[in-house]
Design a protein around this ligand. Sequence first.
Ligand SMILES: [Zn+2]
Length: 174
Amino acid sequence: MDLIPSFSVDHTKIVPGIFISRQDDVGGNVVTTYDVRVTKPNVEPAVDVAAMHSLEHIIATYLRNDEDWKDQVIYWGPMGCLTGFYLILKGGHKPQEIHDLLLRAFESVKDVDEVPGALPVNCGNYRLHNLELAKRQAAAFAKYLSDNADNPDIFEYPKADRLVTEDGRQFFDS
Ligand SMILES: [Zn+2]
């Protein structure tokens, strides 16, 4: 398959959703990095850092236990800007193909009684968790994903020219 060349994203036009940020050929296999954007950058409040950390644990656990997808999950983790997550999967699935997986993952948060792995032995900052805020954020995003399932804008990024720094290097946000 054709890999998607690296591009820059116009962050002023992003809406929340599920987007391919890049695809890489790793030893002849396609690996796809998705941006799972939870809030609208620079417009909506970013996700609370403790809630973000809890969602990192809860949704990583969900994805890595999902019977249909667990073998394809390489990585799930938070964006430094706290507006979403990075998801890396084996294969070249379209964002629409993982909509159901992510909807189920975020819907599952409401049933969680305690954040998995939130102990000093498992986590680098075990006090930095907020399950109640994580539940509120996850419920709002799950509703958004459900309401917008047929909206193509939540699956395709607004593209922009790549930024080049003064000394000629290209800027990458991930
Ligand atoms: Zn942790």
